[in-house]
Design a binder for this molecule. Structure first.
Ligand code: SF4
Length: 62
């Protein structure tokens, strides 16, 4: 599983707290996801981060 943050991100930071290993804040003040496949041990936390995004800006990527 990979994730992508779309242009709807409002920079709230919630995903970085939910799963800091996958999501971080860019210099532009929006979240970015790691480009690599999410490791199995982080899949639950990353999914929680996606579900917790207040504007549904986190998408599953191929
Ligand atoms: S939780 Fe959603 S809106 Fe907030 S920083 Fe992450 S992607 Fe952006």
């Amino acid at each position: 599983m990979k994730y992508r943050v779309n242009e709807g991100c409002i920079g709230c930071g919630a995903c970085t707290f939910a799963c800091a290993q996958v999501f971080s804040m860019s210099d532009e003040g929006v979240a970015v996801a790691i480009e690599e496949e999410v490791p199995a041990e982080l899949e639950d936390a990353a999914a929680d981060a996606m579900d917790g995004c207040p504007v549904a800006a986190i998408e599953e990527a191929d």
